[in-house]
Write a protein that binds this ligand. Structure first.
Ligand code: PLP
Length: 360
């Protein structure tokens, strides 16, 4: 008997779906989580207490307008609350942006390899994808500008880039912005902004002035340590913010996320100190790998990109055997999060043991 299946969007046939890999443990049970660029530290006591206090209210819907957090973010950044849109993780906000521009014929331009969510969100929003290859592990802004057509509605600059950790600097970004049509949105995904130490990398908020097409995307998932609660935001021209805000699902930002994000803003100094530790560890890890003859692009994020090519899967398996969980991109490289010192040492131990051909 032939079963007739309902017709769904054909674009779904090409999507892999989100498949989390298994968590690998060493024989002695040790697990190090270096695959998702999370903060290695648990919540600060003040943040945990705020969330615990808020538990009593979860029979009620959250504030659907995210009023207080929206205001806190605006005050912290020195922008108008009208310019801020909070969403369910910055991936949720990115989805809102894609929804806001997605109509038949519209295109999105992004670098590749970059954040894996972009092609998925583009497909779901019905946007044509234009992926511009990296050049020397960095965005090729000249090629990206050249790829823009009259149908391009959105260009994404992931700065620092995931998974390479590389950055684009102010002069080249300003040249790029001058080349982008004024009616095409340029989104700076700054998920790793807090880890940047290169003074020539612009805070994209400084690019907003006089440019209604610039959008800055930030998250509480990385430096602020709230990956499990899902909260991120954008900053943009008030018109862009108001339109994009309409695409937010009702109550998309849950109550505990709103409370935790507000508490995290109050504890920013403590969180910045943690970020400083990660930055030190990043440089220690990279220097150790360079000394051992590996080639690792300079990273301004809480991750390192090991360009292992065909050996990426093999190296990730060697890591897994030691309980070190990393992210392999078959045929390209392995992305390693910078975690706590013990986890980083475990990764380095695997790397130093790994028998490798001359190239990396
Ligand atoms: C981790 C990451 C994010 C954060 O996503 P959330 O939904 O806020 O957790 C956004 N953009 C990039 C490039 C990332 O690597």
């Amino acid at each position: 008997m032939n079963e007739v299946l309902p017709r769904l969007r054909s674009v779904l046939d090409d999507l892999p779906g989100f498949r989390p890999g298994p968590v690998h443990a060493a024989a002695n049970g040790t697990v190090h989580l270096l695959a998702a660029n999370e903060s290695p530290d648990g919540p600060l006591p003040s943040v945990a207490a705020a969330v615990a206090d808020a538990i009593g209210d979860i029979n009620r819907y959250p504030d659907g307008a995210v009023t207080a957090l929206n205001e806190d973010i605006a005050r912290r950044l020195g922008t108008d609350p009208d310019q801020v849109v909070v969403g369910c993780g910055s991936v949720g906000v990115a989805q809102m942006l894609f929804e806001a521009v997605g109509e038949p014929g519209a295109e999105v331009v992004y670098a590749w390899r970059s954040f894996e969510a972009y092609p998925v969100l583009a497909a779901l929003a019905g946007l044509r994808k234009v992926a511009v290859p990296l050049r020397g592990d960095r965005h090729d802004l000249t090629a990206m500008a050249a790829a823009i057509t009259a149908d391009t509605r959105l260009v994404i600059v992931c700065n620092p880039n995931n998974p390479t950790g590389t950055v684009m600097r102010r002069a080249e970004i300003e040249r790029f912005l001058a080349a982008v049509p004024a009616d095409c949105l340029v989104v700076f995904d700054e998920a790793y902004h807090e880890y940047v130490r290169d003074a020539d990398v612009p805070d994209a908020l400084t690019l907003l002035d006089g440019r209604p097409n610039v959008v800055v995307l930030r998250t509480f998932s990385k430096a602020f340590g709230l990956a499990g609660l899902r909260v991120g935001y954008l900053v943009a021209h008030p018109h862009v913010a108001a339109q994009v805000r309409k695409t937010r699902l009702p109550y998309a930002v849950n109550h505990l996320a709103q409370v935790a994000a507000r508490a995290s803003l109050r504890a920013e100094d403590e969180l910045r100190a943690r970020v400083e530790d990660v930055v030190k560890e990043r440089d220690r890890m990279r220097n150790a790998l360079l000394d051992a003859g590996w080639s690792v692009p300079a990273s301004e994020a809480n991750l390192l990109w090991l360009k292992l090519g065909d050996e990426s899967v093999g190296f990730a398996a060697a890591c897994a055997a030691s309980g070190v969980n990393v992210k392999a991109f078959p045929g390209e490289g392995v992305r390693v999060s910078v975690g706590a010192p013990a986890a980083n040492d475990a990764l380095l131990a695997v790397a130093f043991d790994y028998s490798r051909p001359s190239e990396h």
